[in-house]
Design a protein around this ligand. Structure first.
Ligand code: PLP
Length: 400
């Protein structure tokens, strides 16, 4: 653990590629000069396809939560009716922010482990005329569930055409397809420490034309997070306040790497890593937490078996260099999570599976050596559309 790089398998912050790490160590530059302006332009241009928008994006020096707060304070006024759709702890947080700023928030909660249902949102909106905004989580990191945003947004647009749709995609955007304009989404928030392979510190927030115009009449107090100030400064190649320049360097490099890899390849890699993680964990004898129909492509959660001494197991896994995440909120101690976003490779997932196998076998669990690695590898190959040789067990058949 001291001598070797850990295999950081948490759902953010994600491991930094070497060139991103080096970018963060660069000498400072004048953030009111041409070099910064060119960099900001590259980032904004490079990110737009990932948001699926031609609209303006703001880059704010803050954690992802600050990005969610920006989404709220810029579009919602105290007393506004808001529907907070929550499928886990980050959905709860989004609703809490709106409540904190005085919105009249109704919460619609799905059972943890499941996606939100379009019909339920539609029905709830029917009883909430004049709803100003609906809050959605794209990728609920606490439960490893991904919401079907196109379907949910379409239902909201149909039932409440005037309602703004604000989406937390802190742990989704950049790793999975998102088409903000085509789906009719109004605000999307992401964070530098997730798919963008950078350190924490920046939130990127895109707003639709109607969201930008809603900001002109919204009355919640705001100054640092006023997105209009960011947009105006960005037009001149600057940020309104001193940005986390080291993280800006990193995001610039992260996007350069993503562009070189190609957007579709980035998405395919995440899909393959997710398939590998799921198959490997199942082959290890773990039960996956999330509804398979809504499984996240950036994080996988599994139940901690009743007969497993989790503390001892995780301690040994960690000693061998694999860092997993535990459960959050009411899932603490009940699930563990394995992150696969950002710079993740199939080989890192296979390595993690190998470690989990070794530790499982060492603790006397009934696991066949190589089973999880094989299952994960086959799943990755299948995800990439590579036909596996005859005789190779498929993930479903790999069993335990
Ligand atoms: N929303 C989601 C879905 C997240 O996964 C996270 C962080 O893990 C956040 C919001 C909050 O981001 P931050 O911890 O940077 O404030």
């Amino acid at each position: 653990m001291d001598r070797f790089e850990p295999n950081l398998r948490i759902p953010g912050p994600t491991a930094l590629p070497p060139s991103v790490r080096e970018a963060g160590a660069r000498q400072m530059i004048n953030h009111r000069g041409p070099e910064f302006a060119a960099m900001l332009d590259r980032i904004l241009t490079g990110m737009k396809p990932y948001f699926g928008t031609t609209s303006d994006i703001a880059i704010v020096t803050t954690a992802g939560t600050g990005g969610l707060e920006a989404a709220v304070v810029n579009t919602i006024s105290p007393g506004d009716r808001v529907l907070g759709v929550s499928i886990g702890s980050f959905g709860d947080r989004f609703a809490k922010i709106a409540r904190t700023y005085g919105a009249d928030v109704t919460k619609l909660e799905a059972e943890w482990g499941y996606a939100a249902a379009a019909d339920e949102i539609r029905e709830r909106l029917r009883g909430l005329p004049g709803t100003k905004a609906v809050l959605l989580t794209h990728n609920e990191t606490s439960t490893a569930v991904m919401n079907p945003i196109p379907e949910l947004a379409a239902a909201i647009r149909e039932e409440a055409p005037e309602a703004l749709i604000l989406v937390d995609s802190v742990s989704g955007l950049g790793a999975v397809p998102f088409e903000m304009d085509a789906w009719g989404v109004d605000v999307v928030v992401t964070g530098s420490q997730k798919a963008w392979m950078s350190a924490p510190g920046l939130a990127m927030i895109a707003a639709s034309p109607r969201a930008w115009s809603a900001m002109e009449t919204a009355t919640a107090p705001r100054l640092y997070l006023d997105l209009r100030a960011h947009r105006e400064a960005h037009a001149g190649g600057e940020t309104p306040w001193t940005p986390a320049i080291a993280v800006v360097f990193q995001v610039d490099e992260g996007i350069r790497l993503m562009t070189a890899e190609g957007r579709e390849n980035v998405f395919a890699r995440h899909e393959a890593c997710a398939a590998a993680a799921r198959a490997g964990l199942v082959a290890l004898g773990f039960e996956l937490f999330a509804d398979p129909a809504a499984a996240s492509r950036t994080v996988t959660a599994a139940n901690v078996p009743g007969d497993l001494d989790w503390k001892a197991f995780n301690g040994e896994v960690k000693r061998r260099g694999v860092v997993l995440a535990g459960g959050q909120g009411k899932l603490a101690g009940k699930i563990f999570r394995l992150g696969h976003l950002g710079s993740v490779t199939i080989e890192e997932i296979l390595g993690a599976m190998s470690t989990l196998e070794m530790v499982s076998i060492g603790m006397g669990r009934s696991v066949r050596p190589g089973a999880a690695v094989a299952a994960a590898q086959v799943a990755a190959l299948e995800s990439y559309g590579v036909v596996t040789p005859a005789g190779v067990a498929t993930p479903a058949a790999a069993g335990r």
